[in-house]
Design a protein around this ligand. Sequence first.
Ligand SMILES: Nc1ncnc2c1ncn2[C@@H]1O[C@H](COP(=O)(O)OP(=O)(O)OP(=O)(O)O)[C@@H](O)[C@H]1O
Length: 231
Amino acid sequence: MLNISNLTAGYGNTLILDTINLKAAAGEVHGILGVNGAGKTTFFKALCRLGPAFSGEVSWQGAPLSPAGMGYLPAEPYFYPYQTGQEYLELCSHRNPGFRIDKWNGLFQLPLKDLTETYSTGMRKKLALLGILAGGYQVLLLDEPFSGLDLESTEILYEILEELRRNGLCLLLSSHIMATVRQVCDRASYLSEGQIQETFDKDDFPALEQFVKTKIHDRTKAAWAEIRKPS
Ligand SMILES: Nc1ncnc2c1ncn2[C@@H]1O[C@H](COP(=O)(O)OP(=O)(O)OP(=O)(O)O)[C@@H](O)[C@H]1O
């Protein structure tokens, strides 16, 4: 079980996340949802201590989990330009020497001999994804893992997530696409105003969609009335 308790995070004096509590089981894919700016990336970065000020406790299977014990896939991965894909993956697999780069690259068939600066947006995403798999982590934080992927790679990522779930990993995953959430998540938490407003089980995802629609409708109603008003 991944147990995040009392996570508070922010930038300078600005509080972004206030006392977040979240539990996710081994073998669970847990969606982190919310509007642009709700704090999903801040949540992941705070867990990895990559910028935002952080307080709280994180444990995995009953023992404290350090930031280095989580694999983080950023929404826009960054690589050193003068590094080949192969060199990057070799670096990532240092903590997990049994990882077979050649076998896993059979899924995406990236040109690993090429410099990463020649990679397209989708290729960078796939390389970063292989990188966190190479790390052999039990807990993965995936920030919009599907953005930038073509249709085939999207299907492959579905297969990878299923394999990771079968292997008992715990995944927190942000996405803006409801169809993706429906397909891959076992549960999903909705972030708003710095807090988890509600957590939905898979069976309750229709209620989640209704919850989001109602929120949007309430927020845009006044704006639409203004737009439609004759000037
Ligand atoms: N480096 C930073 N310094 C100050 N404020 C920041 C910084 N990064 C993000 N923020 C603020 O933190 C809040 C949450 O941003 P965050 O990127 O976590 O949202 P998000 O839910 O991931 O959004 P999106 O769906 O657009 O990716 C926003 O108000 C944003 O302006």
